[in-house]
Design a binder for this molecule. Sequence first.
Ligand code: SAH
Ligand code: SF4
Length: 373
Amino acid sequence: MLPSFFDLTLADLTDVLVARGLNKFSAGQIYDWVYKKHVRDPAEWTNVSKETRAWLAESYDFRLPKIVWQGLSVDGTRKFLVGFTDGNTVETVAIPARDRLTLCVSSQVGCAIGCTFCYTATQGLKRHLKPGEVVGQFLAAQEWLTKNVGEDARLTNIVYMGQGEPLHNYENIKKATQIYLEPKGMGLGQRRITLSTSGLVPAIEKLIEFPPVNIAISLHAAHNDVRTELMPINKVYDLERLFKAIKTIPLKAHRRITYEYLLIDGLNDGIADVEGLASLLPKGESKVNLIPFNEFPGSKYKRPSEKTVFWFMQQMESRGITCTVRTTKGTDILAACGQLKSAYEDGRLNLWDDRSQTRPTNASTSPQVPAPQ
Ligand code: SAH
Ligand code: SF4
C-alpha cells in the first residue's frame, strides 16, 4: 500500500523531492494545490513539472479517509464516523458556536490511559493514528460539510479532544499540527488549536519542541486519592509531578493553559475540592473549564445537579479563579466529551469497498451511534 501524501509536512515533502532529484521549490506549490485549492489530483497541478506530478501520483496515496456515517444532534453538533484503509474507525465531531466551527479530532483508535469516567477507555488502545489520518479527519469532514451543508460551513478551530491521548502519540500529533499550521497550506492560527492531555508528564516536558498551540490539562481532581481513582495515570505521575512538569511549558508560546475539571456527583464536587483546587492552581494564569460528567452506556458515575455546578463555579470565582462551564453538546447522538468510541471496533469493515458500507452516509438524525457489528 502506498504511503499517504497527508503524512508529509512541508519539510518532509521538500526532503522527498530533493532525495528524488526533483525541484524542491515545487513543495510549496503542491501544498497550495492540495490544501488551499483542494485539488488532490496531481494531473491538474499546471505549474508543477510533469515528472514531479507523475512521480508523486505513483508514489503516494492522495485519498482521504472515508466518512462512513454521520449524525446531526438537535443542537447542531455533527458527529462523523471516519474510516481508514485498514478498516479502523474513529469519531470526529464538528461543534458550532457563535463565531466558529470547531472540529474535535481523535488522535488514536481507542486510548491506553484507562480513565474510569471515559467511554473511549472501555475500548483500550488499538493503535496510534498517523499524521495523515489526523489531518484527514479535518479534510474529510470539511469536504463533506462543503458538499452537503454549503460553502459557509467552514471549520475554523481544532481541539484534540476526541478519542485518544494526543501526547501518547507525540510525534504524529506534532506533525499533524505542523501541517494544520503551515501557512502555505491550511494555515490555521496557533490560537485556533487546543491540545488536551491527561497529564503524560514526560511528553509535557517536551512541549517546548511542540508548535505553540493552546494547552488544556485534564485535572479532574485536586487530591491524589480522588485523581488516582479517576485516572490511573495519576499513580505514575501524581499531582506534584504534574504541576512540576506544567511549569516547564513555555507559557509565552503556549499562551493559555486551561484546566479541565470534570464534575462528578458526590465525588469531586464538594467544598474540600473547591479549596484543594483553588490552592493547587497557579494564581492569575489559570483558567478552569468545568465539565459536568456526561453519562454513557454502562457509566458508573452521575452528573451533579445544575445547582451544584453553578455553586462550584461561584466558589472558584470568589477565590479569584476564572471559571467557565462547558455546555454539553451532542449528547443525543453520544457526541459529547467522553462519549466517543469507535463504532466498528473489530475493524472488520472493508471501507474501501462501497458494498460493505452497511450504514447509510446520509442518516442525518440517528439518535444513537451505530451498533457494533
Ligand atoms: N485524552 C485527552 C483528550 C481527549 S478527552 C484528555 O483526556 O485530556 C477530552 C476531554 O473529555 C477530557 O478533558 C476528558 O477528561 C473529557 N471527558 C472524558 N470522559 C468524559 C465524560 N464522560 N464526561 C465529560 N467529559 C469527559
Ligand atoms: Fe484517554 Fe482522555 Fe479518555 Fe482518559 S479521558 S481514557 S486520556 S481519551
